[in-house]
Design a protein around this ligand. Structure first.
Ligand code: BGC
Length: 748
C-alpha cells in the first residue's frame, strides 16, 4: 500500500512539474499574434541590445523597452546609456544581499527563497525585467576569481539552492538569467579558453545545477558564457544550447549572450543564441562606442535574410522566445509593484548573512563572547566596505555596516580598540561608485604589526578580520587570484597576534578557500563572506551568540592548493594554441572535483566540504530504511527530466537530537557510495541534506528519499544515466568527513 502511495505521489509530482513547465496557453497565443504583426526590421530590433542594459521594444504595438540588470547580490546601479560609468541616479542605492557563496553556506533552501523574494522585489521596484542572476558555475579551482558569485563545489547543493531562488524571483514577474552557461569556472582567460571536458564530468558536475534551474526552477532565460566548448563560443554553441538546453532539457525561454560574448553572425543565427548584448565590450571596462546596428544579430543578420542566405525560421524562433520572455515579464498582467531597501530586505540580508557564517573551529568554547570589557579588532576587512568592487556584481548600497561598526553596536559598553594590522587595497571606487572611505595608511608593515601586538596584549579578546577583498587578483571578475595564501602579509599578522593573546578569533572574509598555515595556533576560526549591507551586524550576531552559527562550508578548504585535483598547466590555465589566441583547458580530473577528489584520494583537507560547528552539539540516531532493497536498476536517456522519479525509491529516516544547552540548527547531509561499479566513482556524493532547528534536548526525525536515479552515473557511450544493481551505502553526517551513521541497501 505504502509503495503504491509512493508511486502515485511520484507520478502526481511528475505531472505537476510538467504542468508548471508548459508555456501558458494564453502567453503562446499572444506570442503568435504579436509575431504575425512584426516586420522584419522590428523582429531584428527585438533580438539585440540598444544600450548597455536594454533592448528595444516595438512602440507601435505598445511593447516597451526591455530592461536587464545585474546581478546576483543586489540591483546594480544604473549606468549611462552607452557607457559603463554609473549614471549618478539618486534612486538606485539598493539593499546589498550576501554573496551567493554565503547563501549556499546556509544549506537552507528557505533562505534561498527569502533571498529570491527579496532581490526579486528590488528588481521589480527598479523596473528591471531580467535579473542577470544567479551564477551557477561550480567551484573547480580555489583561484577562480568569480567563485564568490557562485555556490560552491557541489552540483546538488547548487541546484537545490538555485531552484528556490529562481522561483521566488520569478514570482515577481521578473525573469532570472541563469549564468554562465557553461564551463566558465575561472576568469583568467575567460574569453579565449576552450574547455575540454568528458561527457561524464559535464553531465555529472557542470550541468546538473543548470538543468535543475531550467526544469525545476523554471528559469525564463539563460546567459551563455564567454569561454568556448568544442571550439565554439558558449553564447552560440550547438552542443550546449541547441542539443542540450533546448533539445534534451526542453528549455522554452531565451538565451541571452554574456556582454560581448557573441562573435559571429552565422553561429549566432544557427547555434541557439536569441538575444545579443554587450558586443564591443568585455562586459566590464573595454568599451568600443557601440554601434548597435552592427551587432551580429542586427543589420548583418537582416542583410543575410534579405539576400536569401537564411529564411526566417531561425529568426522567428528567436523572436518567439524573446516575446515569451516579455509576456512573462514586461508585458505580464498583474505585476506586483515590488519594494526597495525596505526594512524587510535589510532584515533578510542580515538573517541570511548570519546563517551562512561558518564556525570552523572553536577551541575552549571561546565563542560566543558574552561579556568583554576590552575588545581589540584588527584587520583591514573590519573597516573596508566591500559591496563596491569585484566586477559586474558591484553595487551601490544605501548603507553598509562594516564588521567594526557591527562589533561596536553589539558591545556598546566595552572598550573597543581598532588596529589596522596590514594594508591591503585602500581603493574605494568601481564604475564611478565610491564607498567614500579614505583608507590611506602611512605606517610601515612592521610598525602596523607592532602596534597591533601591543594592543593585543591589553585586550580580553582579539577579533582579526581579514581575508580577501574584491580587488583585481582577489575575489573579482575578469582575473583570478594571484595566490592561495592570504595576501598583504596577513599570515604574519595572525601569527604575531596568536603569540600575543590566546583569545584570538580569526575571521576570514572571502568567497574562496584560502590557505590557513596558522590554523593550529589559533583557537577560533570563522569563515565569513561578502555579506553586503548588513555585513557587520550578521557577523556580530554570531560573535555574541544572538545567532547560533549553523553555516556549513559549500567547498573544501585544503591544506595546500596542490592537494587538490587541479595541479597541471594543461588543467589550469590551459595550453596556448600556436595558431590562434585560444587556449585549451583540460578538465582531466573528470568528476573528481572538490570533496569527490579529497575523499576518494584519502587526502585530509584542512576543513571538509559541509563542515560547520555550532554553539551546541547534535547526536545522530541510527538510520532506519523503509526497505533493504529497491528495484529500478537501469538506464535513462540524457533527456530524462531532473524532477521526475521512477517511483521505486526507499526512505532513510534517522533522528537528530540537540544535546547541548542552547537552541541551534544542524545540517544533516546524506552521501551515497556505490560499493562496486563498472566505472570509477567518487568515494561519496551528496544526494540529500536537511537543516533541522532544535531546542536544547529536542529530537526530530529527518527523512531522505532515495530514487534509483539518485544512484546513477552518466554513461558517456550510451549517452544517458545508468544505475547498476548492487550494494550502495548511505553515509549520513555533519560534513563529507564527519560521517556519523552509515547503512547499506541493495539496488535490484
Ligand atoms: C558578466 C556577466 C554580467 C554582464 C553584464 C559580464 O561581464 O560576465 O555576469 O551579467 O557582464 O554586466
Amino acid at each position: 500500500m505504502k509503495k503504491i502511495l509512493l508511486i502515485l505521489f511520484a507520478a502526481v509530482m511528475a505531472m505537476a512539474a510538467c504542468e508548471s513547465k508548459k508555456p501558458a496557453a494564453d502567453i503562446e497565443k499572444k506570442v503568435d499574434e504579436t509575431l504575425a504583426q512584426l516586420s522584419l526590421q522590428e523582429k531584428i530590433k527585438l533580438i539585440h541590445a540598444q544600450s548597455k542594459f536594454s533592448s528595444a521594444g516595438v512602440p507601435r504595438l505598445g511593447i516597451p523597452t526591455f530592461w536587464t540588470s545585474d546581478g546576483p547580490h543586489g540591483i546594480r546601479p544604473d549606468v549611462l546609456w552607452d557607457k559603463w560609468r554609473q549614471a549618478d541616479h539618486t534612486d538606485d542605492s539598493c539593499t546589498a544581499f550576501p554573496a551567493l557563496t554565503c547563501l549556499a553556506a546556509t544549506w537552507n533552501t528557505e533562505m534561498a527563497a527569502l533571498y529570491g523574494k527579496s532581490i526579486g522585489e528590488e528588481a521589480r521596484y527598479r523596473r528591471k525585467d531580467v535579473l542577470l542572476a544567479p551564477g551557477l558555475n561550480i567551484l573547480r579551482h580555489p583561484l577562480g576569481g568569480r567563485n564568490f558569485e557562485y555556490m560552491g563545489e557541489d552540483p546538488y547543493l547548487t541546484g537545490r539552492m538555485a531552484v528556490n531562488y529562481i522561483q521566488a524571483v520569478q514570482r515577481n514577474k521578473v525573469a532570472v538569467c541563469v549564468k554562465h552557461y557553461a564551463l566558465n569556472n575561472d576568469e583568467i582567460h575567460r574569453h579565449t579558453a576552450n574547455v575540454v571536458v568528458d561527457d561524464r564530468a559535464l553531465y555529472e558536475i557542470y550541468l546538473p545545477a543548470f538543468k535543475a534551474a531550467v526544469q525545476e526552477g523554471g528559469a525564463w532565460s539563460v546567459m551563455g558564457s564567454y569561454n568556448l566548448y568544442k571550439d565554439q563560443h558558449c553564447c552560440h554553441n550547438q552542443y550546449l544550447l541547441n542539443d542540450i538546453l533546448k533539445g534534451e532539457w526542453g528549455f522554452d525561454g531565451a538565451v541571452i549572450s554574456d556582454w560581448g560574448g557573441c562573435h559571429d553572425t552565422d553561429q549566432a543565427i544557427t547555434n541557439g543564441l536569441d538575444l545579443e548584448f554587450g558586443t564591443g565590450t568585455n562586459g566590464l571596462n573595454v568599451e568600443a562606442k557601440n554601434p548597435y546596428d552592427k551587432y551580429y544579430l542586427a543589420l548583418p543578420y537582416q542583410r543575410k535574410i534579405e539576400a536569401g542566405e537564411y529564411g526566417t525560421d531561425e529568426l522567428d524562433d528567436k523572436v518567439r522566445r524573446v516575446l515569451r520572455l516579455m509576456y512573462r515579464t514586461s508585458l505580464a498582467e498583474n505585476r506586483p509593484n515590488g519594494s526597495f531597501t525596505s526594512p524587510e530586505h535589510f532584515a533578510a540580508a542580515r538573517r541570511i548573512g548570519a546563517e551562512g557564517i561558518v564556525l570552523l573551529k572553536n577551541e575552549g568554547g571561546l565563542l560566543p563572547v558574552k561579556e568583554a570589557q576590552s575588545i581589540l579588532v584588527v584587520g583591514e576587512n573590519a573597516i573596508k566596505k566591500m559591496t563596491v568592487g569585484g566586477g559586474s556584481s558591484s553595487l551601490k548600497t544605501l548603507h553598509e555596516i562594516t564588521p567594526l561598526q557591527g562589533i561596536r553596536e553589539a558591545w556598546p559598553e566595552a572598550q573597543i580598540v581598532y588596529e589596522r594590522g596590514y594594508v591591503g587595497d585602500p581603493g574605494n571606487v568601481f564604475d564611478g561608485v565610491s564607498t567614500g572611505q579614505d583608507l590611506q595608511e602611512t605606517r610601515t608593515p612592521d610598525q602596523l604589526i607592532a602596534d597591533a601586538v601591543s594592543a593585543a596584549a591589553k585586550a580580553d579578546v582579539v577579533f582579526f578580520v581579514g581575508g580577501l577583498n574584491k580587488s583585481k587578483y582577489q575575489d573579482a571578475e575578469d582575473s583570478d587570484r594571484a595566490s592561495f595564501g592570504l595576501p598583504y602579509g596577513q599570515d604574519a599578522v595572525i601569527e604575531a597576534l596568536a603569540d600575543a593573546n590566546p583569545n584570538l578569533v580569526v575571521i576570514n572574509i572571502s568567497g574562496n578557500p584560502v590557505g590557513m598555515p596558522w590554523a593550529s595556533k589559533v583557537p577560533v576560526i570563522l569563515q565569513d563572506w561578502y555579506l553586503g549591507s548588513e555585513a557587520g551586524r550578521s557577523l556580530a550576531d554570531v560573535l555574541t551568540g544572538k545567532v547560533n552559527p549553523s553555516g556549513h562550508l559549500p567547498f573544501t578548504i585544503p591544506v595546500e592548493m596542490e592537494d587538490g585535483p587541479v595541479t597541471t598547466a594543461s588543467q589550469y590555465p590551459g595550453i596556448p594554441r600556436e595558431d590562434s589566441n585560444l587556449l585549451d583547458e583540460y578538465y582531466s580530473e573528470g568528476v573528481y572535483v572538490g570533496y569527490r577528489w579529497y575523499d576518494t584520494q584519502g587526502t585530509a583537507p584542512r576543513f571538509a566540504f559541509g563542515h560547520g560547528l555550532s554553539y551546541t552539539t547534535f547526536e545522530f540516531g541510527e538510520p532506519r530504511l523503509s526497505a533493504k532493497t529497491l528495484a529500478g536498476a537501469g538506464f535513462w536517456p540524457a533527456d530524462v527530466r531532473s524532477d521526475t522519479q521512477t517511483g521505486k525509491g526507499l526512505t532513510i529516516t534517522l533522528s537528530v537530537r540537540n544535546t547541548g544547552h542552547v537552541a541551534g540548527a544542524e545540517v544533516v547531509q546524506l552521501y551515497i557510495t556505490d560499493e562496486e561499479a563498472s566505472v570509477d566513482r567518487p568515494a561519496k556524493e551528496l544526494k540529500g541534506f536537511a537543516k533541522v532547528f532544535l531546542e536544547p534536548g529536542q529530537r526530530a526525525d529527518v527523512s531522505f528519499h532515495i530514487d534509483p536515479r539518485d544512484l546513477a552515473f552518466f554513461d558517456a557511450e550510451k549517452h544517458g544515466w545508468t544505475a547498476e544493481a548492487g550494494t550502495f551505502m548511505a553515509q549520513i553526517g555533519a560534513s563529507s568527513q564527519d560521517i556519523r551513521q552509515a547503512i547499506s541497501f541493495e539496488l535490484k
